[in-house]
Design a protein around this ligand. Structure first.
Ligand SMILES: *Cc1c(COP(=O)(O)O)cnc(C)c1O
Length: 427
């Protein structure tokens, strides 16, 4: 019955494709690739191997792969204003593992944010940090402005004297005050590492933060969240010593990768080329849209965090939906209305399974051309489900109607084309 199995799998993938054309996706860690980038995923690169760095591969057959990877590295260094880029980590978590392998030994202590403060699982003791045998100490947190407390953090860094101070979040509403901590970093002599998975596309477009101007030494990231590339990873560095560069490259290969998903690397290269041209407009609109979404949800009675700070300076907003039945229930009702978002921990939560928050991201609908006024419409649809408790099936019809006006891709070389061109599998 193997053909039946294959049919079943393919049909479900097609059903998913169809469903998402009818959805408003608002998961803050997702995005849509451009048609050109997507095309790279079905190229012959997908079937090949490369190990090592361009010009120094273990395998033959990499003549063109080397050219593509070299260009990707050049583009990344230009866009992020740094002197080292490595496009081989195959995901954000793998990029994090590479930095850990390079700069932390089992038994070391790293300072980080806590899961409930919005940190990613890979930088927690339960995830990659702990599994590398690294202990973590969390920064003090200001719940009112959803950021680390500067004075408390400076004090903590001087006490703990970590080899590595790590920053970066998955609920990344405001830039961390790194500039204010620069003297402390120098005094302690720690390496400053920021995980920019959520905000890489904003940084590429000149929004949110300039990590290397803020004194960051190493950036690790995914390349598929606000940065609208393939599921992949990247590591960036600036002013590292020769020894540190060597350790980092050795950690990436053979530490945590073998071949590095060459089709995804090529798609990343295309996305870098597109972000070099369109990144600024896209990132600015994504940030404006997120603030507009925050405002519109707040006006409709949904307690969005940080109203006094304009809700966010990134693509993401977070809301406390305790009074509407907690995150899980609200996210499910919204899914029934074809609005896709996720439950999320908020600082006062102790359970990651039943948290009180919802997280929304503006980036994907920004790629599809939505502006501030459409964020208002989206907020209205969300509020009809969460606040007014309208039947999700009824709201779904209006979600579909709105979405069908926003199904072409923007901010890329083939702008205006169907965003779903490369999804049309032949029935
Ligand atoms: C998403 C995320 C990651 C993990 O990225 P993957 O590419 O999914 O492995 C790491 N760190 C942060 C802060 C994230 O938000």
């Amino acid at each position: 019955m193997s053909l039946e199995d294959a049919k079943y799998i393919r049909e479900n993938v097609m059903a998913h494709n169809k469903w998402f054309e009818d959805c408003i996706p608002m998961i803050a860690s997702e995005n849509l690739m451009s048609p050109l980038a997507k095309e790279m995923l079905i190229s012959d690169f997908a079937d090949r191997y490369a190990e090592g760095l361009p010009g120094k591969r273990y395998y033959q057959g990499n003549i063109y792969v080397d050219k593509v990877e070299t260009r990707a590295v050049e583009l990344a260094k230009k866009i992020f204003n740094c002197d080292l880029a490595d496009v081989r980590p195959i995901s954000g978590t793998v990029a994090n593992m590479a930095v850990l392998f390079a700069f932390a030994q089992p038994g070391d202590t790293i300072t980080t944010c806590a899961l409930a403060q919005g940190a990613h699982i890979s930088t927690c003791e339960f995830g990659a940090f702990g599994q590398r045998g690294v202990k973590s100490v969390n920064y003090p947190w200001n719940e009112s402005d959803m950021n680390i407390d500067v004075d408390g953090t400076a004090k903590l860094l001087k006490q703990v004297k970590p080899k590595v101070a790590q920053f970066g979040l998955s609920v990344f509403l405001f830039p961390p005050p790194l500039k204010e901590l620069e003297d402390t970093f120098n005094e302690v002599g720690c390496l400053v590492w920021e995980d920019c998975a959520h905000v890489l596309g904003l940084i590429a477009g000149g929004q949110f933060q300039k990590p290397f101007e803020d004194g960051v030494n190493v950036v690790s990231s995914s390349t598929h969240k606000t940065f609208p590339g393939p599921n992949h990873g990247i590591v960036l560095g600036n002013k590292l010593t020769e020894e540190q560069v060597k350790e980092l490259q050795h950690a990436i290969f053979p530490g945590v990768t073998s071949s590095h998903h060459l089709h995804a690397m090529a798609a990343l290269a295309i996305t870098l080329a597109e972000m070099d041209v369109f990144g600024k407009d896209y990132a600015a609109q994504a940030c404006k849209n997120a603030r507009a979404l925050g405002q519109a949800l707040y006006e409709r009675g949904i307690p969005v965090l940080c109203p006094d700070l304009g809700f966010t300076r990134s693509h993401a907003v977070a809301a406390d939906v305790t009074k509407f039945g907690k995150g899980k229930e609200c996210a499910k009702l919204l899914e029934d209305a074809n609005i896709i978002c996720n439950k999320n921990m908020l600082p006062h939560d102790t359970s990651s399974v039943n948290p009180s928050g919802l997280r929304f991201g503006s980036q994907e609908m920004t790629r599809l051309g939505m502006k501030e006024s459409e964020m208002d419409e989206v907020a209205d649809l969300i509020a009809r489900v969460v606040v007014k408790r309208e039947d999700p099936a009824k709201v779904k019809e209006d979600v579909k109607e709105l979405k069908h006006h926003f199904d072409t891709i923007q901010f890329c070389f083939n702008a205006g084309e169907s965003a779903y061109k490369y999804r049309k599998l032949v029935p």
